[in-house]
Design a protein around this ligand. Structure first.
Ligand SMILES: Nc1nc2c(ncn2[C@@H]2O[C@H](COP(=O)(O)OP(=O)(O)OP(=O)(O)O)[C@@H](O)[C@H]2O)c(=O)[nH]1
Ligand SMILES: [Mg+2]
Length: 363
């Protein structure tokens, strides 16, 4: 699974802090005053409470969570799309990702009195305009290419030309293409360009340590924007999460109690990213391990089996499936079978999130 989420935002607003919190790199690295130059890639465990529930009934030595890839990218300043600074190079790194987590500054910096006022809505606009302008360049280049072919009467090129013209007009106004309805054919025409504004986005309001629940006007401005464009959002105090992620479990519990925090934002962030990427999970619960496997929404039984071993996809015969709820109710797989709750599914079965599976394969 190579899907990855890029962490984007204006410079110096906590992107690397989010990345470090997620990778458990901790406070030392984050408090370093450095700017990201090269992108940082990490595969991060996705916390899933269902794993512990399953492990409560199926005793194994190992519990293996699903993973998601995060890429920490340098800050994008206004002018990035025209190659300001290292703009173009950074935009290139975002291109390779499948979804974006846009970090928005919602905390005030007491230490910098001359800092410009915090303006989440304005920051989102600046960043998204850069993304739109970068896409405009990409589409323009491709529009020129298909225009030549269209003149020969090539039907596909004519269609592409029409789609590209529409996209250009939208991008010129700073419109994010993901907020626009596209037909399946139009999406196919746009897909090879890996456009930045077509990627699904999650807004992360990086709040101060006095606003964990995101009720401040700053965070609520992010919430309102996210809602208006149909994207998810969540508040997180990146600095604090970073410190907490570096602590051992006991210290963390004490510290959180002091702060009046009942849960970390990080697990929710990773679960949201996972969903944003269109990913879901099925489980295997055998003698050796309880393991979460990553599949895409809509994947069938054979495709899911192929994640365990490529041969399993071809050799797939059927799957025996039960749910976490079945396990909680009946306690063992044998009891689930005896109760007639073990489902048998064939090759056309579309996997559901949270299925616990055995695959029967011909080898
Ligand atoms: N007060 C406060 N400061 C924060 C928070 N998150 C990050 N910072 C501070 O902001 C500064 C920049 O943090 P980074 O995580 O390096 O920011 P960045 O967006 O990765 O920066 P670039 O990669 O240079 O664009 C650091 O000094 C952090 O300690 C926060 O939630 N509250
Ligand atoms: Mg950084």
């Amino acid at each position: 699974m190579s899907l990855a989420c890029g962490i984007v935002g204006l410079p110096n607003i906590g992107k690397t802090s989010v990345f470090n919190a997620a990778t458990g790199a901790g406070a030392e690295r984050a408090s370093y005053a450095f700017s990201t130059v090269e992108p940082n890639l990490a595969e991060v465990d996705v916390p899933d409470p269902r794993l512990e529930v399953i492990h409560g009934y199926v005793k194994t030595d190992r519990v293996v969570p699903a993973k998601v890839k995060l890429v920490d990218i340098a800050g994008l300043a206004a002018g990035a799309s025209t190659g300001e600074g290292m703009g173009n190079k950074f935009l290139g790194h975002i291109k390779e990702t499948d979804a974006l987590c846009q970090v928005v500054q919602c905390f005030e910096r007491a230490e910098l009195a001359r800092e410009t006022p915090v303006d989440p809505k304005g920051d989102i606009e600046v960043l998204e305009l850069e993304l739109a302008l970068a896409d405009f360049e990409t589409v323009s280049r491709n529009a020129d290419r298909v225009a030549k072919k269209a003149r020969t009467g090539d039907k596909e090129a004519i269609f592409q030309g029409e789609v590209f013209a529409r996209a250009k007009a939208l991008l010129e106004d700073g419109t994010q293409l993901r907020t626009v309805e596209w037909t399946k054919d139009e999406r196919v025409a746009l897909r090879p360009m890996f456009l930045l504004t077509l990627k699904p986005v999650l807004y992360l309001a990086n709040v101060g340590d006095d606003d964990f629940d995101g009720s401040s006007a700053f965070a609520q401005a992010v919430a309102a924007h996210a809602e208006s464009v149909g994207s998810p959002w969540l508040p997180m105090c990146a600095d604090m999460e970073c410190e907490l992620s570096a602590m051992d479990t006991d210290d963390r519990a004490l510290f959180m109690e002091d702060l009046g925090l009942t849960e970390l934002a990080l697990p929710r962030l990773l679960a949201s990213v996972y969903r944003l990427l269109g990913l879901q999970t099925y489980f295997t619960a055998g003698e050796i391990e309880v393991k979460a496997w990553t599949i895409e929404k809509g994947d069938t039984g054979p495709v899911a089996a192929g994640k365990i071993h490529t041969d399993f996809e071809k050799g797939f015969v059927r799957a025996e499936i039960y749910s976490v709820d079945d396990l909680v109710e009946h306690k063992t797989e044998a009891a689930i079978r005896a109760a007639g709750k073990l489902r048998v599914e064939g090759k056309a079965y579309v996997m559901r999130d949270g299925d616990i599976c055995h695959f029967l394969v011909n080898r």
